[in-house]
Design a binder for this molecule. Sequence first.
Ligand SMILES: [Fe+2]
Length: 314
Amino acid sequence: MENLLIRPDAVDFSVIPDVPKGTCVAPLKRPSHLGEDWLEPQQRVYTAEEHGIWDDLFAQQMAVLPGRAASSFMAGLERLDLGRGGVPDFGSLSEELRPITGWSVVPVPMLIPDHVFFYHLANRRFPAGNFIRTRAQFDYISEPDVFHDVFGHVPMLTDPVYADYMQEYGRAGWKALAYNRLKALSALYWYTVEFGLIREADGIKAYGAGILSGPLEAKFSVEGQSPNRIHLEVDRVMRTDYVISDMQPTYFVIGSFEELFRKTVERNFDDLYRGLNPGFTYSNQAVLGGDKVYHLGTQDYANRGGQGSGALPA
Ligand SMILES: [Fe+2]
């Protein structure tokens, strides 16, 4: 570990990275019809009922997102016309997206291993779940489906700086694999790409897909009294634990996508990873001395036990 130094110019991002021996990645079993890149040969064909689920989810989100979602997200949604009716076709979506930022959307069957995910992001391909939730899973689904992935993530890929950040995130995966610090890098993803907030001229807005693709968290994260809202520092976030299946006790706020991009690209991850523990240092409710705090949360929701207790997100 001492002598390990990863030079980005020495890395070939066009091939799937190796997983070094002893590095923990999710133990996912690749379906037998897929190649190493985990891509489905084509997007699945949806039933009328499934297209209807997309339309109803879309309508539900549009009732809460205006005024709470980042302006880049709302602009992307409109630009890609994601409300044209039914589950979007990835091929036409990619044709519209490619001239804007060079990204495309590719179908995958389920969650894919981290190193394969990094490989696609580093090459400006966004892997999107092929399937759509059922009515019984309408408001929450633990695996990312096509609504979460396409509605939640793809509009942001029309923002040129955000699009570059996503590619940099994928490239950063090579180093996290080499140092066996995937958990730290995934915390950065979690607190930006999934649950990130941004300061705009008329207030704090959400740009994270985990927030934007569900019915409750847009209000909770942006306006709720319970969660902390703290300015994002890369090192601090990479040391912070997070919740997977409930609303976050803390959200991190960026000033702009330029700032996020700069703070990530300029950080020397070799130094950072050498000083990091394998586990997290800070709890997800912690407020630290150096934090720039926009809102000090009551933590009422988390302290009452979150959704398991039936606590209302407030
Ligand atoms: Fe996601």
